[in-house]
Ligand binder design. Structure first.
Ligand code: MG
Length: 165
């Protein structure tokens, strides 16, 4: 039942990474506000909230396994991007990185035959498929509309509808 030190350290790092993700998406949200794309800003704000929830799932797992949560400093994030497309390309790349990190934790859990951690991580594998799909879909839509301000306006309205589930 007790979490190994190795997994504890790795999951603590993941808590930091998830909180950094929240910080990144909130920074992207502020960027979108600054260029008057309130719908995009809304989408990123909801995304940031989800990242805090991811961090909390890992947080609770450590506590439930009688481990010790150690919070560390959150690095600075970029504050501006060249375009909405650039921001979403960066978001997609970031999610691919997060997927690799979660797979790394899963590999450690598998090597240790830690079935409880493996079970907890299953939710994250499914979530990452969704995260990558969602961000890449918006990248593809942004490529489709390219420099069409009408298209950008419509996509902004669509992304403005996203609500916290
Ligand atoms: Mg996440």
């Amino acid at each position: 039942m007790i979490l190994s030190k190795k997994l504890e350290t790795t999951i603590n790092k993941q808590i930091n990474a998830e909180l950094w993700s929240a910080y990144l998406y909130l920074s992207m949200s502020a960027y979108f506000e600054s260029i008057n794309l309130g719908g995009f800003a809304n989408w990123m704000r909801v995304q940031a909230q989800e990242e805090v929830e991811h961090a909390m799932k890992f947080y609770h797992h450590i506590i439930e396994r009688r481990g010790r949560v150690i919070l560390s400093a959150i690095n600075v994030t970029p504050t501006t991007w060249k375009s909405p497309l650039h921001a979403f390309e960066e978001a997609f790349k970031h999610e691919q990185k997060v997927t690799a990190m979660i797979e790394n934790i899963a590999a450690i859990a598998a090597a240790e035959k830690d079935y409880a951690a493996t079970s907890m991580l299953k939710w994250f594998h499914d979530e990452q498929v969704e995260e990558e799909l969602q961000t890449d879909t918006i990248v593809q839509k942004l490529k489709m509309i390219e420099k069409s301000t009408g298209g950008l306006y419509m996509l902004d309205r669509e992304l403005g509808k996203r609500k916290k589930e």
